[in-house]
Design a binder for this molecule. Sequence first.
Ligand code: ADP
Ligand code: MG
Length: 398
Amino acid sequence: MSSFKTLDDIGDIRGKRVLVREDLNVPMDGARVTDDTRLRAAAPTIAELADKGAIVLILAHFGRPKGERRADMSLAQVTHALRDVLGREVTFVDDCQGEGAEQMVALLKPGAIAILENTRFHKGEEKNDPALVAAMAKLGDLYVNDAFSAAHRAHASTEGLAHALPAYAGRAMEAELTALEKALGKPEHPVAAVVGGAKVSSKLDVLRHLVAKVDHLIIGGGMANTFLAARGVDVGKSLCEHDLADTASAILDAADAANCTVHLPYDVVVAKEFRADPPTRTVNVHEVAADEMILDVGPAAVEALGDVLKNCRTLVWNGPMGAFETPPFDAATVSLARTAAALTQDGSLVSVAGGGDTVAALNQAGVAGDFSFVSTAGGAFLEWMEGKTLPGVAALER
Ligand code: ADP
Ligand code: MG
């Protein structure tokens, strides 16, 4: 039994009004939704509730209207796209609280699906204002939170409502929490973490939390340069936070004390200019010239890291190993991602990855579908990797 209620616990909901918090914050080009990934993620919960005869009232934010009603941030624009994804009728209700909304909701029949207007049109949303929570709660009998990506925020629609109505995790939320629990909550050891990306400073709390949790910490990307520099390596013109040398050393010491093996690259791909396909050299980290930049982990290190993964049961990954957007500096990320994907498909590794650029890199490598779970929840995923309790998740606990 999980620590939170799911749709399996929801009982007979025929004719009940269910407020469902979803992530409908899709990218738009004019009136067109350019990527419906989030709508497809929301669909199973919405369809299941409608099939059970509930009146499904979808709550979501859209952009950052800061408490003002703005036509360009109206969720009316998303209604068509959701209708296409679900293959069902979707109504739009032009407020998420108040008498007008109550009257419109009262007209809906069991099995109906409606999107309620952008919760952030009300200042009380981001303040988790009890008055707004109460006004929204009047529209529903039950609350389902299906938006893990918004769960790191204690807002009225993500946290407050869970205390005002009987609260359940939707299917997408359930899948996310189950995968994350498997990866860092109660993982099978040995556990490896790959942490890459541009800067140590953006992921200090992630690194600090992981050294106490994982058996192998693989550091790549720009942040590896800061660690190499802290160990006395001359990284030339590489992206490097020299002022964080002491912090990096402290993290390495903490890893030592916790029996966590830290893997830094020992060969690297360097260039004098940061552009597509410049002249490059693959060198030992001690051979970087003063006018060169480290832009990717080298092939020998990647092969050794693949062997580390072969001996692990669990992998959590955030941050690319190199400047993957610019060829050929995607090589290490692509190669290690393919190794992780193959081990996952063989059944020897549980692999969970997240982060905006990480997801893009896994898609580029063509292996996102071969990982056990890929989280598209940028901020919430990172806060979870920092070991933080997410208020929207905590509020769902039994
Ligand atoms: P995520 O979005 O998955 O959390 P980040 O935003 O932390 O990842 O990091 C991704 C960025 O890090 C990418 O833009 C990538 O180009 C950059 N990066 C990775 N390695 C290097 C490097 N060696 N030098 C400069 N930038 C790098
Ligand atoms: Mg990023």
